[in-house]
Design a protein around this ligand. Structure first.
Ligand code: PMP
Length: 356
């Protein structure tokens, strides 16, 4: 506490990121990073970008990246926005597109940054409960007065995806509000709402290169929408930091989109390890929610989740436990390499034998 703080800072409860431990001999499955490195073409592009031009500012409009990504998704470059990781893109979305005269709606269990941004930007919010099966309940959003809606799809930390017709129904329910779809994990088996952009002027899709493109360390996030929404984001960006993406990030991100084969094969490997780990944990008595992401959300009817997480940690495996009421008995386990997934199963067998 300080008397020099603004009234807003007094009210903030900041987001707590997952632990980034110093030790490297851990099976680190707590922050949904990609277990495979970025494409070798990304590394080569980064090496080529290191040089004399670093003394120059980067292109503030990130036009080469926007054109590459627009071509990839069949959009025009003015329908693409680039930011410093999707967390920053989301922050700009909250500032540029969400209203202050009506509450923002989001699920009661979702990415915990949304309520943090609401407090930071003084936006009221209301949560909408997930169904008993922990899925987003589109009907529960109908006829609710609101200033906008934000959903993670697939949702986090549940991993459950909403099919595209359900997103379409949500957009039809709320033609006068911006509906933000945060697709951080979409490439691991869900359908992207980018397909709905030409039809719906109120949808904004946010994606990241941190997960499926294995570039969490480079910090690149994207937003897709019709040009007026993108222009709103650019107005805030240019009033805040006109160079959010540095030259290295631009070069690396473009190269990531140019190696489709690597992208496809690493996503496939993650999804096949996810399905294997799901089966193995089900055999050990876990209930595993159906995941369209690079993590699984699991609970065991006979074992306390916090104790299991602690037991795994003593065996050098880190997973994520959230001490929130409805999900306190769940663990979120990121999908590692096949060897790491096998190590989880091994450690889990020991922990279940030891912990109750
Ligand atoms: N959205 C969701 C749902 C996430 O889980 C994350 C990762 N924590 C992000 C956005 C932010 O990802 P990044 O800032 O690395 O792009």
């Amino acid at each position: 506490m300080s008397r020099y703080w603004s009234p807003i800072v007094h009210k903030l409860t900041p987001y707590v990121p997952g632990e980034q431990p110093k030790s490297t001999n851990l099976v680190k499955l707590n922050t949904n990073e990609n277990p495979y490195g970025p494409s070798p073409r990304v590394i080569a592009a980064l090496q080529a970008a290191v040089g004399d031009t670093l003394r120059l500012y980067p292109d503030p409009g990130a036009s080469a990246l926007r054109e590459t990504v627009a071509r990839y998704h069949g959009l025009s470059a003015d329908q693409v926005f680039v930011g410093n990781g999707s967390d920053e893109v989301l922050a700009l979305v909250f500032q540029a597109l969400l209203r202050h005269d009506a509450p923002l709606l989001f699920p009661d269990i979702t990415y915990s940054f949304y309520p943090v941004y609401c407090r930071l930007y003084d936006i009221a919010s209301e949560t909408v409960p997930l169904t008993d099966a922990m899925a987003v309940d589109v009907d529960a959003y109908a006829n609710r007065p609101c200033g906008g809606i934000i959903l993670a799809n697939p949702n986090a930390p549940t991993g459950i995806a909403l099919p595209l017709p359900e997103i379409r129904r949500l957009l039809e329910q709320h033609p006068d509000q911006v509906v933000v779809i945060d697709e951080a994990y979409v490439d691991f088996g869900a359908e992207s709402a980018i397909a709905l952009i030409q039809e719906f002027p109120n949808v904004l899709v946010v994606q990241t290169l941190s997960k499926s493109r294995s570039l969490a360390g480079l910090r690149v996030g994207l937003a897709f929408g019709q040009q007026p929404l993108i222009e709103g984001l650019n107005r805030v960006k240019d009033s805040f930091n006109s160079y959010p993406i540095d030259r290295l990030a631009l070069a690396g991100a473009i190269a990531a989109y140019e190696d489709e084969a690597y992208f496809q094969s690493t996503c496939k490997a993650v999804m096949s390890s996810r399905d294997w780990l799901t089966e193995q944990l089900e055999t050990l008595g876990f209930r595993v929610l159906p995941s369209a992401t690079n993590f699984i959300f699991v609970t065991h009817p006979e074992h306390d989740a916090a104790a299991v997480a602690a037991g795994l940690r003593t065996r050098n495996v880190i997973v994520r436990h959230f001490s929130l009421p409805r999900i306190a008995q769940y663990l979120r386990i990121s999908i590692g390499t096949q060897e790491e997934c096998a190590a989880v199963v091994e450690a889990m067998r020991e922990v279940l034998a030891a912990v109750h």
